[in-house]
Design a protein around this ligand. Structure first.
Ligand code: P6P
Length: 340
């Protein structure tokens, strides 16, 4: 039997997938390639963060006399600059920007809409914790004219691709186009992403729960009872689970994707301005939900499937329960008051 080809690059993987898609024009491949280049530029700056005074200060002047930007501002600018020139987009939106980002009229427009969290978890940079870029790609419903907010505010089931880059002990890309989830690892010397995790499958049930327990007293009663249940010893049921919380969504999600488990950012009463919790539907929950489901996992807001939620505004926040199917289902039973 012919062995699996080794050393498949992300570009080759994209081209192979394009060849398997009859109506593909190559636009998606060109778009995704620009995303990969932008991530390499961000990765390079992150690796120097401790050296270039870009830790998180704005307004400072670095050793080169340049205006120092916060790294998430830098990541946002790199992505906007590169992707708006890709000629494959008709609109963009970023967690860092209140409104839709118009593509300059001087640039040919394409059929895709890109939503992104340029540098999720950026508050962790100065303590050297992994951070990530989350992306969600959608396709315009009809041709021509400026993209309206209504065209962007569509449910997660309409994403054509989603994924993230994680800048950690190694830099990885994890993405799906609806044909499973595939992981690529950056070879730092070659500057190339190589296929390292083909067709990632999330274990049906895990042994890890990931939540900020500092908010325990602000959670609804069902969440508290579920977390208490996970911590209550019952060897026959594999409990207590292990608690792991990095405070960087991409890192916490990535660990559970590979090992199984559940990540939760529930609604809490801590901040009256954020009654639905901290995470954003369009830029964080929906893309992570597509990856989770494509890997055999699940994602809800505790009750509703994330991918079915109709967004009301660009920056809607939602509670997020994402991970192994059986763990997410069990959490839902507690939140609905159906569990012990
Ligand atoms: P908390 C990072 O700031 C972030 O947006 C996510 O990456 C992470 O999961 C969450 O916030 C952590 O929030 O309130 O636990 O610090």
């Amino acid at each position: 039997m012919q062995g699996k080809k080794v050393g498949v690059t992300v570009t080759e993987h994209l081209l192979r997938q394009q060849r398997l898609t009859p109506q593909a024009t190559g636009a998606f491949t060109l778009l995704f390639n620009e995303l990969v280049v932008a991530a390499k530029l961000i990765n390079r700056e992150l690796n120097k963060a401790g050296l270039n005074d870009i830790y998180g200060f704005t307004g400072d002047i670095n050793v080169y006399g340049e205006q120092v930007q916060k790294l998430d501002d830098y990541a946002h600018r790199v992505l906007v600059r590169r992707l708006s020139q890709s000629e494959q987009l008709c609109a963009m939106a970023s967690e860092e920007d209140a409104d839709i980002i118009e593509i300059p009229s001087t640039v040919p427009h394409g059929p895709y809409i890109l939503l992104m969290d340029p540098l999720d978890g950026s508050s962790n940079i100065d303590v050297n914790v992994s951070v990530g870029t989350i992306f969600s790609i959608r396709r315009r419903l009809h041709e021509g004219g400026p993209v309206t907010l209504e065209e962007v505010l569509r449910k997660g089931t309409e994403q054509v691709a989603a994924g993230y880059f994680i800048y950690g002990s190694s830099t990885m890309l994890v993405y799906t186009t609806g044909q499973g989830v595939h992981g690529f690892t950056l070879h730092p010397a070659l500057g190339e992403f190589f296929l390292s995790h083909e067709n990632i499958r999330m274990p049906k049930r895990g042994k890890i729960f990931s939540i900020n327990e500092g908010n325990y007293n602000y959670w609804d009663e069902g969440v508290r009872r579920y977390v208490d249940y996970l911590k209550t010893p019952d060897v026959s049921k594999g409990r207590p689970y292990t608690s792991r919380y990095i405070g960087s969504l991409v890192s916490d999600f990535h660990r559970n994707l590979l090992k199984g488990g559940i990540f939760m950012y529930p609604a809490d009463r801590k901040d009256p301005k954020k009654p639905s919790g901290k995470l954003r539907l369009m830029f964080e929950a929906a893309p992570m939900a597509m990856v989770a489901e494509q890997a055999g996992g699940a994602a809800t807001d505790g009750v509703r499937r994330i991918l079915d939620i109709e967004p009301q505004t660009l920056h809607d926040r939602v509670p997020l329960f994402v991970g192994s199917q059986e763990d997410v289902d069990e959490a839902g039973r507690f939140l609905r008051g159906e569990a012990p």
